[in-house]
Design a protein around this ligand. Structure first.
Ligand code: GRF
Length: 188
């Protein structure tokens, strides 16, 4: 059985789609949710889906370094095959990225290298792009710079509002992230 852990900070719709996709799998299971935000809605989803969760509350720590050390201690205490970032709003420090090189993936709502960082959907929309999309990539020391594994384009139509575009993007995130995770693990 291959085991994945998911790091998320907020809503958790990707977390939920991944859990549901693997809920009947005999080869892959979601071992644990890790969140840095004790108020995140993703915790309610984990409870409902019966997935183990660990809260490492960022606000509880003196600073970023102490939080990251606590996260690293926790990561070292569990075994997993893949760390999946799904709306995890913090930057992993280099020492964690290097320790788990090739074992961390992220999803980003743009066609990287375009629109790295925050508010990627809104930026593409405001720039009147004809296309945007999603990128699933390995995590390296940079922000949204790691090796690209998968991309899917989404057309921005004239009648799209930011809200309809966001909906379309999230829908394809939910459709493809679990499948790409499955493929990565089948090759490991
Ligand atoms: C997604 O759009 C993902 O691409 C980005 O953060 C968002 C998380 O949404 N990294 P959710 O928490 O999975 O609903």
């Amino acid at each position: 059985m291959k085991e994945i852990i998911i790091l998320a900070s907020g809503n958790g719709s990707n977390f939920e789609s991944i859990c549901k996709y693997f809920s009947k799998s005999k080869s892959i299971r979601v071992k644990q949710l890790i969140t840095d935000n004790k108020d995140a809605f993703v915790i309610q989803r984990a409870k409902r889906l019966n997935i183990d969760y660990k809260i490492i509350d960022y606000k509880h720590f003196k600073n970023k370094s102490e939080y990251n050390l606590a996260l690293f201690d926790h990561l070292k205490s569990i075994d997993f095959d893949l760390m999946v970032l799904a709306g995890y709003m913090r930057i992993l420090p280099n020492y964690i990225v290097n320790h788990y090189k090739g074992k961390i993936v992220n999803i980003h709502p743009s066609l990287l290298p375009n629109y790295k960082g925050l508010n990627a959907i809104a930026k593409a929309y405001e720039n009147k792009e004809r296309y945007t999309g999603i990128t699933i990539h390995y995590v390296d020391e940079g922000v949204d710079t790691g090796q690209i594994i998968f991309q899917k384009k989404v057309r921005i139509r004239k009648k799209d509002t930011l809200e309809t575009l966001e909906k379309k993007i999230h829908k394809i995130e939910h459709k493809y992230y679990p499948k790409v995770i499955e493929k990565i693990l089948s090759e490991k």
